[in-house]
Design a protein around this ligand. Structure first.
Ligand code: AMP
Length: 210
């Protein structure tokens, strides 16, 4: 199954991508994680992306389209994949179509803006493996340490309150039109994302079945 997860920053796309990955055994592909990894490794692409990410802006389409084009050719995508955070603009969605990539379902996780800021301020991430945690809702077994790989957890610079508002603005202007784009194709399903993670997962799995 080829899936796209849509939703505002902090809507829980990454967490749901991990759950679906566990249940269906298909890889979760996060352009945000790939860009952060490139930044951590100091690659040319990482350096180029950094100023956009730190300012809460989108990285240019051609950069992320290139990343996804290459990633989807990997062997582990043969039986399906979960795209988390891509596409984020209409040109990115059109690029997927032009690559001939079939999309079976687009799940839009809806969380009101006022809930987003609180969620993002408590978010902690592992820059090594991409796992995400929350100081209140999803604590690691040992404070400040990733359960998956043992690396240290950090707060993303773009999760600071002043940048969150810019990211939400960018989301409404550039990413939200994708709901209409996929609704017209008939494969959009909207899931309520403001309750507990397990509730959202149940709704998401149901949306994959119908
Ligand atoms: P995320 O971890 O998905 O919230 O992504 C973090 C940041 O990476 C975003 O705020 C953007 O600056 C950048 N980014 C991730 N995915 C994309 C994308 N598909 N298009 C443009 N920029 C992206």
């Amino acid at each position: 199954m080829n899936l796209i997860l849509l939703g505002a920053p902090g809507a829980g796309k990454g967490t749901q991508a991990e759950k679906i990955c566990e249940k269906l055994g298909i890889p979760a592909i996060s352009t945000g994680n790939m860009l952060r990894e490139a930044m951590a490794n100091g690659t040319e692409m990482g350096l180029k992306a950094k100023s956009f990410i730190d300012a809460g802006k989108l990285v240019p389409d051609e950069v992320v389209i290139g990343i996804i084009r290459e990633r989807l050719q990997a062997d582990d995508c043969k039986n399906g994949f979960i795209l988390d955070g891509f596409p984020r603009t209409i040109p990115q969605a059109e690029a997927l179509d032009q690559m001939g990539v079939r999309i079976d379902r687009v799940i839009d996780i809806e969380v009101p803006d006022e809930k987003i800021a609180a969620r993002l301020s408590g978010r902690r991430v592992c820059l090594k493996c991409g796992a995400t945690y929350h100081t209140e809702y999803k604590q690691p077994k040992t404070e400040g340490v990733c359960d998956v790989c043992g690396d240290k957890l950090v707060q993303r610079k773009d999760d600071m309150p002043e940048t969150v508002l810019d990211r939400l603005k960018t989301y409404h202007e550039q990413t939200e039109p994708l709901k209409d784009y996929y609704a017209k194709k008939g494969n959009l399903r909207v899931v309520e994302g403001q309750e507990a993670v397990a509730d959202t997962t149940a709704l998401t799995m149901k949306a994959l079945e119908d």
